[in-house]
Each structure stands twice: as structure tokens, then as C-alpha cells.
Design a protein around this ligand. Sequence first.
Ligand SMILES: [Ca+2]
Ligand SMILES: [Ca+2]
Length: 141
Amino acid sequence: MGVVIIDGSTVRAFVADEEHFKKSVDEKFAALDLNNDGVLSRTELRKAFESMRLIEAHFGVDVATPPEQLTKLYDSIFDKFDCDNSGTVDLDEFRSQMKEIMLAIADGLGSCPIQMVLEDDDPSFLKQAAELEVSKLNNAS
Ligand SMILES: [Ca+2]
Ligand SMILES: [Ca+2]
């Protein structure tokens, strides 16, 4: 565990590192596909967002949001992911939306760095972005 400063360029570098990003997304997808049918259902995707804490970062939802409003929000997110309206999210849909979301977060961060505490069990993508930054710094020194 440690503290690292990240900003928009950190997140962008993470997404731009295609091999690494794809691997992270693929691993995340596999972990989220609880029943191993190769696609994410509405429930599985909702669990995903609850665990990734991306909603808070990207959509600015505060903790006091009423459950029915959250459900609406998750439904709208699911529809965004499910580009072909098949009722499930496949790996391609997941990859492209994750990329968009991460880039939107990068835009949101801009050049205003945020401080992140890295916890070992934190599954968030921002943490992975931060770790990539740390490993680059280590390599540079
Ligand atoms: Ca599934
Ligand atoms: Ca679909």
C-alpha cells in the first residue's frame, strides 16, 4: 500500500498501453462473468460497477443516492454498454465502453492531479493506471 498522484495523463497512458489495458479489461471481464457464459448480464455488470467504483468517479453519484435512482442509473449504463441491444454485454462491447469511460475520466481529471491511496485489495482501474505510472517512474530512476 502506498500513495500515488495521478492525473489525466496517467489514465490516458494506461488506456494507450493497449496490450496492458486489454489484458486488464479481459481479466476484469472474466472475473465479472460470474456464471461463465461469456457475456455479462445486467446483474453482473451492476456488480462490476459497484466493485470498480467507477460510478463515483465518472458519474458523480454520491453515497446518499436513493436505490431506485441508482437502479435507473445502472440500467442506463447497461444500455450504453449493450450497443447492439442484445440484452447482454459481450467482451467487445465491454472493451470499447471501458476505454471510453477511462478516457472520460482522464478528461475529467485533466491536469488536476488527485492523490490516490493504493490498497492491496482495491480492484479499481484507476489503481491499475496508478501502478503503471509507478512502475514507469521506477524504471526511469
Ligand atoms: Ca455471465
Ligand atoms: Ca450486446
